[in-house]
Design a protein around this ligand. Structure first.
Ligand code: ZN
Length: 388
């Protein structure tokens, strides 16, 4: 298969030739039978490490099925996202295990799911109980770290849990972080009200990431010291940040970008299951209470100022990162492709457009100032999974 366009960060039109699952060649000559065009950008597939569901399907819902999981792949591919970490948030052990079991089954049964789900993200339940840091997670299921329970989760997931978000101030968390990090899972600090000292201890114990830095936090904090500055300053921590324009005001996004640097940021959508549906109030299928999806893509816990996940995906988040910071398109794409690949240690096969790498690519049109990428095609492991 031939794909035609400009590689992001360059100005010449090329043909990217794929063979089987991989990129076989990148040529200056332009092929006539190619997907794409002279005004199309070719980028590594958009890679999002925090996706709770989409199109009304939540990865931890009681009525989840393998068929519904398969439907989410079509929704995601349409937005140019080719690789992501399905995320299972705080719930009872029984519900979480059911969700992880079904996601694992989807990977076993479907080649597309297996190629797109590059690891699972478990967010909670070992997070802060306090209002604010807990965000929209249900208090009834928040609890202290439990190594045996984690092992049951990982077993249900078939070893696919790649990121585990927790609050290091929970009882027993530091020893738990050491054990989980030793298994190769990325421990991420999130929904935490930890003291700066405790953040440092968590990093020393092996935490490698901050989950949606600046969100899942108190509405008011001591100006300094506090856990946001501490995580911003910790070079060992990658930062997941939500560039939807609602979770972080543009000035905060810009400051985080400048402080953390483009090398250590992963843009994440944190997209909620009702994303993609028409605006309105939706029931508590997610266990988070009723959610209101606003016309501009913002999602709040109905009747509260709290955000309940995001309604916009990275096809909006990438242009936002360019609009709100001094990142170039190429920088923003890196933060949503090679950076998450490096974080998960799979940059040898995904995250860049190069000969020998997996042919997992996003093709889109975009001009400076445009608020959304205009997706032309999404390719996952050599298969066109979406075409406009
Ligand atoms: Zn969260």
């Amino acid at each position: 298969m031939n794909l035609k366009g400009k590689l992001v960060g360059t100005s010449d039109v090329v043909t990217v030739q794929t063979e089987g699952e991989n990129i076989a060649g990148i040529h200056c000559g332009v092929s006539t039978d190619a997907i794409g065009g002279d005004d199309v950008w070719i980028a590594p597939a958009i890679f999002d490490v925090q996706v709770n569901g989409i199109g009304g399907i939540n990865y931890k819902a009681k009525n989840l099925t393998v068929e519904k999981i398969a439907e989410t792949t079509a929704w995601m591919h349409k937005t140019g996202t080719g690789l992501w970490c399905p995320t299972v948030t705080t719930s009872s052990a029984e519900d979480a295990i059911q969700g992880l079991t079904l996601l694992a089954k989807a990977c076993e049964e479907s080649e597309i799911a297996r190629a797109s789900f590059v690891g699972f993200h478990v967010e909670g339940p070992y997070i802060a109980s306090e209002d604010g840091p807990r965000g929209a997670h249900p208090l009834a299921h928040v609890r202290d770290p439990d190594w045996d329970e984690f092992q049951r989760y990982q077993e249900a997931a078939g070893g696919r849990i790649a990121i585990f978000t927790l609050a290091p101030e929970r009882k027993g968390a530091l020893a738990f972080i050491e054990k989980v990090a030793a298994t190769g899972v990325i421990v991420s600090i999130g929904h935490s009200g930890a003291s700066p000292e405790r953040i440092r201890d968590a990093v020393a114990a092996g935490a490698k990431m901050s989950t949606h830095l600046g969100n899942g936090a108190h509405a008011e904090l001591p100006r300094h010291p506090n856990y946001i500055w501490e995580q911003l300053a910790a070079d060992a921590l990658w930062a997941g940040i939500i560039p939807d324009g609602f979770h972080l005001p543009p000035s905060v996004l810009k400051s985080f970008y400048r402080a953390k640097g483009k090398e250590r940021i992963c843009l994440v959508s944190d997209v909620a299951s009702i994303a993609g549906l028409p605006p309105g109030i939706y029931g508590s299928e997610s266990g988070l209470g009723e959610s209101e999806l606003h016309a501009n893509g913002k999602i709040s816990l109905a009747g509260t100022p709290y955000l309940a996940g995001a309604g916009l995906l990275l096809d909006s988040g990438i242009p936002n990162a360019v609009r709100y910071t001094d990142a170039s398109l190429s920088d923003a794409i890196d933060m949503a492709s090679i950076n998450p690949a490096r974080l998960l240690g799979i940059d040898n096969r995904v995250g860049s457009v190069a000969v020998g790498k997996e042919a997992s690519l996003s093709l889109f049109r975009w001009k400076d100032g445009q608020e959304k990428l205009d997706i032309v095609a999404t390719v996952v492991r050599g298969q066109v999974v979406y075409r406009a």
